[in-house]
Design a protein around this ligand. Structure first.
Ligand code: NAP
Ligand code: ZN
Ligand code: ZN
Length: 368
């Protein structure tokens, strides 16, 4: 018979877990493995709340071959301080500031892994809710300690605050990676960012730091002033405003679509120039309707690309964090105590956060 989570491993751990798809989380005792020879053990200080946490807590991705398993300790925007390293660890020492994002393992032998693209390994191991190499369940960062293979750990540069840096581990890399990979990082280009949430607002910051002209595309005018005056966007479009959308047709080199809910893609395809690229990073649970003719032709010969992108590799995650440090990029956050978690989840479902909740694990998560 499988051991209870508390007795699976020797190290005691404590966090908050979802027990079912109700959306509610509660205190949970479990365990972590001993620090292996290539492992880094760290005390978690902060963990961001990604919309994917909410979708997985509620089992919203079941129809996409991603059924949630409970109890689930979410959290994949994790930062902390190293307390122990294994005998073969090369990159980290006790006391180092570190972070862990969306994955804690991969096969390390397929083409993707060999080409430093572990995020596209078919055997990648998500940070929580998955089976680790040893057959036990992975638990995420809404918890007091992490034990992770050093390959999946990044260094947080000294000039970045730990709380504002935490969301970079998912929101940051998920938007930085497609800007680079799809060549939307050239100064003077024009990129649209759809959805100004956790991912969207850091997409704006990264694109601006790359020298790109940025238009935020949002569902309402609520975030307009902040987007233009505080986040540095160059212009702001409201999707429902037909005149604004019409005037912006054919003006963008690329669009990063971060929307979490189902929505029509056609208006965004129209905003692209010829050979423009619509990159989906948001993960709505239902299939999107994708009309083909607008990809092929229109008022002028249009050839457009629609693609998806998932997180980023470990190498690129370190590059992203170093780029963020160089340009003083952090997430705009609302720091919360752990006992506010369920309220935060409800607010996140309503897009009522500017722009990322980050749990103060170090000061507020106590096991008794
Ligand atoms: P978030 O903070 O909730 O932001 C999503 C934004 O989408 C909202 O702020 C809102 O922006 C817009 N939006 C929400 N509902 C909408 C609707 N019904 N119609 C149109 N727009 C709507 O979420 P997040 O943490 O940034 O995550 C965004 C999505 O990316 C989620 O689906 C998440 O699971 C996914 N994700 C994917 C990856 C990946 O590797 N591809 C990684 C992380 C997250 P406005 O208020 O501006 O309209
Ligand atoms: Zn995420
Ligand atoms: Zn692999």
């Amino acid at each position: 018979m499988a051991k209870a989570p508390e007795h699976e491993h020797p190290k005691k751990a404590f966090g908050w877990a979802a027990r079912d798809s109700s959306g509610l989380l509660s205190p949970f005792s479990f365990s972590r493995r001993e620090t292996g020879e290539k492992d880094v053990t760290f005390k978690v200080l902060y963990c961001g709340i990604c919309h994917s946490d909410l979708s997985l807590v509620k089992n919203e991705w079941e129809s996409n071959q991603w059924a949630s398993a409970y109890p689930m300790v979410p959290g994949h925007e994790i930062v902390g301080e190293v307390t122990e390293v294994g005998s073969k660890v090369q990159k980290f020492n006790v006391g180092d500031r570190v972070g862990v994002g969306c994955m804690v393992g991969s096969c390390q032998s397929c083409d993707s892994c060999a080409n430093a693209l572990e995020n596209y390994c078919s055997k990648w191991i998500p940070t929580y809710g998955a089976m680790y190499h040893d057959g036990t369940t992975t638990y995420g960062g809404y918890s007091d300690i992490m034990v992770v293979d050093e390959h999946f750990v990044v260094r947080i540069p000294d000039n970045l605050p730990m709380d504002g840096a935490a969301p970079l581990l998912c929101a940051g890399i998920t938007t930085y990676s497609p800007l680079r990979y799809f060549g939307l990082d050239k100064p003077g280009m024009h990129v649209g960012v759809v959805g100004l949430g956790g991912l969207g607002h850091v997409a704006v910051k990264f694109a601006k730091a790359m020298g790109v002209k940025v238009t935020v595309i949002s569902t309402s005018t609520n975030k307009k002033e902040e987007a233009l005056e505080h986040l540095g966007a160059d212009s702001f479009l409201v999707t429902r405003d037909q005149d604004q959308m019409q005037a912006a047709m054919g003006t963008m080199d690329g669009i990063i679509d971060t929307v979490s809910a189902n929505h029509p893609l056609l208006p965004f395809i129209g905003l692209l120039k010829s050979q423009g690229k619509l990159i989906m990073v948001g993960a709505p649970d239902k299939p999107a309707e994708l009309p083909v003719f607008p990809l092929l032709m229109g008022m002028q010969p249009y050839v457009k690309l629609v693609a998806g992108s998932c997180n980023g590799s470990m190498k690129e995650t370190q590059q992203m964090i170093d780029f963020a440090a160089k340009h003083n990029i952090t997430a705009d956050i609302e720091v919360i105590p752990i006992d506010y978690l369920n309220t935060a989840m409800e607010r996140l479902a309503k897009a009522d956060v500017r722009y990322r909740f980050v749990i103060d694990i170090g000061n507020t998560l106590k096991s008794s």
